[in-house]
Design a protein around this ligand. Structure first.
Ligand SMILES: Cc1cc2nc3c(=O)[nH]c(=O)nc-3n(C[C@H](O)[C@H](O)[C@H](O)COP(=O)(O)O)c2cc1C
Length: 257
């Protein structure tokens, strides 16, 4: 069986999850979803999407990719929605996007890892983060058995109140995302290294006089703030005092295109 796993990731949690999964699926190819063309699945028998939950739903770039990727009706499709504890309706939404094309989400798993949403705080205590990583590793291994067998699995979702309240918030926020970069700023620690511009999957950052400027087509993945080697990038007021996060087994080099 030819399997392709597409991934999208701001701080490495989804990339790590995709790697753990692909390693358990014999000969699966891993591909970044950004920049992949419509034929990138190359007629694979099984196709997976591994991505972070953003604002209780499917991030815009993932939605657009799933809507245009060439897939056959019989393709076995699976997904991991990587999140910080509130998957809400994300995988149901992905199933609906596929269903509009006559395709089926055969299995969708809720994978909880440390939070990278720095505007709301840091990633939490180290032991708790490590516990989440180990639980995720075990859950992905169990999911891989279902996926490798080509079986129907669950399409996991959060409790009813998450699905109700947060789905409304997702709909309200979705179109605002590109301009949410107006709250980024950069402090005096910036040494013009340009990592922010290189790691941005949306090519949304330009260096002007050596300082980053955000161009309002942001995807809110938070790669710029989380990967800045000097912690010079800030978002709003709280981040100067907040710990940065990226997955401990993923390096900046892994993230660069
Ligand atoms: C803009 C944004 C919105 C987020 N919204 C949610 C959310 O609705 N529910 C949740 O559990 N986690 C949310 N998170 C946290 C991420 O989904 C989580 O940390 C994920 O593991 C990050 O994966 P990545 O490192 O592959 O980008 C959000 C993160 C960002 C940047």
């Amino acid at each position: 069986m030819k399997t392709v796993v597409f991934h999208y990731s701001g701080t490495g949690n989804s990339l790590w999850s995709a790697r753990v999964l692909a390693a358990k699926l014999d000969g699966a190819a891993l591909r970044p979803l950004k920049g992949a063309d419509v034929l990138a699945a190359g007629g694979a028998d099984a196709v997976g999407f591994v991505f972070p939950v953003h604002m209780w739903g499917v991030p815009g770039p993932v939605k657009e990719f799933v809507e245009r990727l060439a897939l056959r009706p019989e393709t076995y499709i699976f997904a991991l929605a990587v999140n910080a504890g509130q998957v809400a309706r994300t995988l149901i939404q992905l199933g609906e996007i596929l269903a509009q094309r006559g395709l089926t989400l055969a299995a969708g798993y809720d994978i909880v890892l440390p939070s990278n949403y720095i505007p709301w705080g840091g990633p939490g205590p180290l032991e708790k983060r490590q516990a989440r990583i180990e639980a995720a590793r075990a859950k992905i291994a169990a999911a891989a058995e279902v996926i490798a067998a080509g079986e129907r699995g669950p399409v996991e979702a959060g409790p009813w109140w998450q699905r109700l309240v947060f789905t409304a918030l997702y709909r309200l926020s979705y179109n605002q995302v590109p301009r949410m970069d107006k709250d980024f700023w950069c402090d005096e620690r910036c040494d013009s290294c340009g990592v922010c511009a290189r790691v941005c999957p949306a090519a949304n950052i330009e260096l002007k006089k050596g300082r980053p400027e955000w161009r309002h087509h942001c995807e809110q993945c938070l790669a710029c703030i989380q990967w800045c080697p000097r912690e010079a990038i800030q978002f709003g007021k709280k981040t100067p005092a907040t710990e940065r996060y990226h997955h401990p087994e993923i390096t900046l080099n892994d993230m660069l295109p």
